[in-house]
Design a protein around this ligand. Structure first.
Ligand code: NAP
Length: 270
């Protein structure tokens, strides 16, 4: 009997935590299924997708660096992800072989903030890459107030404010922060092997939330600085688990088991 499977594709791919997350949920639910990792180089992407399209056991894949833009050329886009977020992190194969592209990063990012009223609230976002696109899309939908983007390349950041119809400013990485209610690090700064993100958090509101998308390390210098200022924090595993949960249901037809997040977090940080 054939086994349905999904996978994560990227270049490099060996550090991806997605197989651990989806594998944990498959085992917890006792589902017959498999979730793998596939190292796909940019030149091989078209052939890889054509081959998988013909495999009835393939439920789809998650997509990571550097393919989040390139995959948009090979899939159907009924939700107009191309015209909105502008990057895809999930492909789902339909029974007839049609491939639907979508993005679960934006909803995964927003899930830990869903109970908050952010309408009109001033926000700071660090970064203007693929993750920042999902963040800004979600923030625009939440009708936040002025958005200050700190980024190394200012033009890219200005383009994103315009794309998402947000009012705000683009400033250098060492500019003083405005008195924001939410600060999100959507850059690679602070990741293992990357330069640190050194920000003076004192201008932030006393009840501000600091959210770092970086999950390696989990307790980044930014989150440590926020905690020592007494601010609430959200770490990168919340988004990682949130985006994976939405993709899991699309691949395997069932939501992940409830009440198992602490166990999963322990597994991911072991
Ligand atoms: P990306 O598209 O490559 O963008 C990287 C961003 O970081 C850009 O804004 C870039 O600035 C900035 N940056 C990189 N190196 C820098 C340096 N040396 N100095 C100053 N700025 C630098 O990457 P991404 O996909 O957006 O990912 C960004 C981070 O989010 C990564 O740490 C990734 O692991 C994390 N992430 C987490 C989740 C999650 O589920 N938790 C999901 C997606 C991504 P320029 O624009 O100037 O190049």
């Amino acid at each position: 009997m054939s086994t349905p499977y999904a996978e994560v594709i990227g270049d490099p791919i060996k550090h991806s935590k997605s197989p651990l997350i989806h594998g944990f949920w498959l085992a917890a639910l006792g589902l017959a299924g498999d979730y793998r990792r596939a190292h796909v180089k940019p030149d091989d992407l078209a052939a890889f997708i054509a081959e998988r399209r013909g495999d009835p056991d393939w439920r789809g894949c998650n997509v990571t660096i550097p393919h989040k833009l390139a995959v948009m050329d090979f899939v159907d886009d009924p939700g107009d992800v191309r015209g909105t977020i502008g990057a895809m992190n999930t492909i789902v194969r339909q029974r007839d072989g049609a491939l639907i592209g979508t993005n679960t990063d934006a909803a995964g990012f927003f899930a830990p903030l869903a109970e908050l009223d952010l309408e009109g609230a001033p926000v700071v976002v660090v970064g203007a890459g693929g993750a920042a696109r999902a963040v800004l899309f979600a923030l625009a939908r939440a009708r936040v107030g002025r958005v200050t983007i700190l980024n190394r390349s200012p033009l890219k950041a200005m383009g994103l404010l315009a794309t998402f119809g947000l009012k705000g400013d683009v400033v250098a990485l060492d500019a003083p922060l405005p008195p924001a209610a939410l600060l999100v690090n959507a850059s690679s700064l602070g990741m293992t092997g990357q330069p640190p993100l050194d920000l003076d958090l004192s201008p932030l509101a006393d009840d501000a939330i600091v959210y770092d998308l970086v999950y390696a390390p989990l307790r980044t210098g930014l989150l440590a600085a926020a905690e020592s200022r007494g601010l609430d924090t959200v770490d990168g595993l919340d988004m990682l688990i949130g985006q994976a949960a939405l993709a899991f249901e699309l691949f395997f037809g069932k939501p992940p088991p409830e009440g198992r997040d602490e166990e999963l977090r322990a597994l991911l940080t072991a």
